[in-house]
Design a protein around this ligand. Structure first.
Ligand code: GTP
Ligand code: MG
Length: 452
C-alpha cells in the first residue's frame, strides 16, 4: 500500500443517480488529466472544468466535470483528480477501468483518508470523524463526528500530553542529576498534576458509554395491557400507520418495530402484545415475546388506558419498570380519568396523551428524548463522546498515571514513575495516531467506505 501508487475508486454508491464521482490520487494524476481529458495544458487547480473523458482508444466515455488539486494542497496531500460524471454505474465502471488500464490501482477502503492521515493533513481522530460523518444515523452522531473532524479531541490530547511532558520533565531531571543538585525540588511535586490528569482522562473515557447509542441507536419497547393504545402510540411515534389498531383486545400478537422520526438519535420503537391473564396459546406466546422485548429494551413506554382502572401487570414486567428507565403514557386523555389512576405507579414519570390521532406525537417524542438523556442512555447535545478505541487508550493512560503517582509516594521511585509517564504519553499518542501501529491502522481504515 504505497503512497507512490496512483489509486482510483468511485466515491459514490453504485446505482443510478444524477451524478457520480470518481476519485483519483497519486503521481499519475497530471498525465491522466492530460490523456483522459485530452488536454495539452494542465487543468487549472481547484477549478471545475468541463471536458470529455476518452478511453485509451480515444473513444468518448462521458462528459465530466474535472477538478484537480496539486500535491501539498489536497485533502490527501498528493495530486488528486475528481471526475463528476453522469450517475450510471456503466459509465463509472468504464472510467474506473480506463484509469486502471492507464496504470492506477483500485483504492482500499478508506485509503484516501489514510493518505491524508499519513501526509499529516489530519490526525487519526479527524479521520474517524470523516467515517463518523458518513455513518452517522442521527443528528447527535453527526454532531459528535463534526467535533472529531474539527480536531476537538486532538486538541484535548495535545493539552494533556503537554501537561504530562512538563510533569515527566521534572521527574527526568531528578533522574539525570544527582539529588543534591536540585535541593528545593521535590520529586513528589508532579503528583498533583498527575492526579488531575487521571481524573480528566477517566472522565472523558467514561463518555464512551454513549458510543454504542450514537452508532447503533436505542430500542424502546411499548408495553401495557391490551387495548391501552400501544399500537396507536407506535404509529404516532413512527408517523405512519405501521401497526393495526382496533377496539378488539389482543390485536397485536407479534412485536412490530418502527424507527421513531424526529429524534436526535436513532431510536427504534417496538410495539408488543398486550399483557393480561388468560388468552389462547397464540396470545400467550405473543405475551412471552412482549416480556422478552421489555427486558431487552433500553427504555420502556408503559401505555395505560387512563379512563379505566389501573391494569394488573405481570411481575416480570413490573420488575423491568425501573424508575428512570420508564415513562408512563397515560392515554385516552379525551375521556374522564378513572379516580384510581392517580395512585398508579407514583414513582414513574407520566405524560398524558390522546393517541386517537397524531396530535400528541411531538410532545411525546420530545419527552422521550429528554428521558433518554436523563436516564443517561444518550448524550446531551453539548457532550463530547469518545469512541471505545479512544476510551481504551485513555484508560490505559490513566492507569499508567495512577501507577506513576504511587511511585511518587514514599519511598519515592522516580525512575518507575517516569517510565509510567512515558507509557501514558504513548497511550495518548495512539489516540491521535502518533504511534506507529500498522495493524491498528489497517483495522481502523478497513471500516471506511471505498472512495473515502
Ligand atoms: N378514546 C380514545 N381511544 C383511543 C385512544 N388511543 C387509542 N384508542 C382506541 O383504543 C383501541 C385500542 O387501541 P390500540 O392502539 O389497538 O391498542 P393496543 O394497546 O395496541 O391493543 P392490543 O394490541 O390489543 O393490545 C382502539 O379502538 C383505539 O382507537 C385515545 O387516546 N382515546
Ligand atoms: Mg396493539
Amino acid at each position: 500500500m504505497s503512497a507512490s501508487d496512483t489509486i482510483v475508486a468511485a466515491a459514490t454508491p453504485s446505482g443510478r443517480s444524477a451524478l457520480a464521482v470518481v476519485r483519483i490520487d497519486g503521481p499519475l494524476v497530471p498525465s491522466l488529466s492530460a490523456d483522459g481529458l485530452g488536454r495539452s495544458a494542465p487543468l487549472t487547480e481547484r477549478r471545475a472544468t468541463t471536458a470529455v473523458w476518452r478511453d485509451m482508444k480515444g473513444e468518448p466515455v462521458d462528459q465530466v466535470v474535472a477538478v484537480r488539486w496539486a500535491a501539498g494542497r489536497s485533502f490527501t496531500g498528493g495530486d488528486t483528480l475528481e471526475l463528476t460524471c453522469h450517475g450510471n454505474p456503466l459509465l463509472v465502471r468504464r472510467i474506473v477501468e480506463d484509469v486502471l488500464a492507464r496504470g492506477a490501482r483500485m483504492a482500499e477502503p478508506g485509503e484516501f483518508t489514510r493518505r491524508a492521515f499519513l501526509a499529516g493533513r489530519i490526525d487519526l481522530t479527524q479521520a474517524e470523524g470523516v467515517a463518523g460523518l458518513i455513518h452517522a444515523t442521527g443528528e447527535r452522531a453527526l454532531a459528535a463526528a463534526r467535533r472529531l473532524l474539527a480536531g476537538e479531541l486532538g486538541r484535548l490530547v495535545a493539552g494533556w500530553s503537554d501537561r504530562l511532558l512538563t510533569a515527566a520533565a521534572t521527574l527526568e531531571a531528578h533522574i539525570d542529576f544527582p539529588e543534591e543538585d536540585l535541593p528545593e525540588e521535590d520529586p513528589r511535586g508532579p503528583a498533583a498534576a498527575l492526579a488531575s490528569l487521571v481524573s480528566e482522562l477517566s472522565g472523558y473515557a467514561g463518555t464512551a458509554r454513549h458510543d454504542a447509542a450514537l452508532r447503533a441507536g436505542l430500542r424502546v419497547a411499548v408495553v401495557g395491557a391490551p387495548n391501552a393504545g400501544k399500537s396507536s402510540l407506535l404509529n404516532a411515534l413512527a408517523g405512519s400507520a405501521r401497526a393495526l389498531v382496533s377496539a378488539e383486545a389482543g390485536t397485536t400478537r407479534d412485536w412490530i418495530e418502527a424507527p421513531v422520526g424526529g429524534l436526535p438519535l436513532a431510536v427504534t420503537a417496538v410495539d408488543t402484545a398486550g399483557l393480561r391473564d388468560g388468552g389462547g396459546a397464540v396470545e400467550r406466546a405473543g405475551m412471552e415475546r412482549s416480556l422478552e422485548q421489555a427486558e431487552s429494551a433500553h427504555f420502556l413506554l408503559l401505555v395505560v388506558d387512563a379512563s379505566a382502572p389501573p391494569p394488573a401487570l405481570p411481575s416480570r414486567l413490573t420488575s423491568a419498570l425501573v424508575p428512570g428507565r420508564c415513562l408512563v403514557v397515560s392515554n385516552k386523555s379525551d375521556l374522564p380519568e378513572h379516580p384510581a389512576q392517580s395512585a398508579f405507579m407514583p414513582d414513574i414519570p407520566r405524560i398524558k396523551a390522546c393517541l386517537l390521532d397524531g396530535r400528541d406525537a411531538e410532545r411525546i417524542r420530545s419527552r422521550l428524548s429528554e428521558a433518554l438523556v436523563a436516564a443517561d442512555l444518550a448524550p446531551g447535545a453539548e457532550e463530547l463522546v469518545v469512541s471505545v478505541r479512544h476510551a481504551d487508550a485513555l484508560r490505559r493512560a490513566a492507569a499508567a498515571l495512577s501507577d506513576a503517582r504511587r511511585h511518587l509516594s514514599a519511598p519515592v521511585q522516580t525512575e518507575l514513575a517516569a517510565e509510567k509517564c512515558r507509557e501514558a504519553l504513548d497511550a495518548l499518542g495512539e489516540i491521535v495516531g502518533r504511534i506507529d501501529n500498522e495493524r491498528m491502522l489497517d483495522k481502523l481504515f478497513a471500516s471506511f467506505c471505498i472512495g473515502k
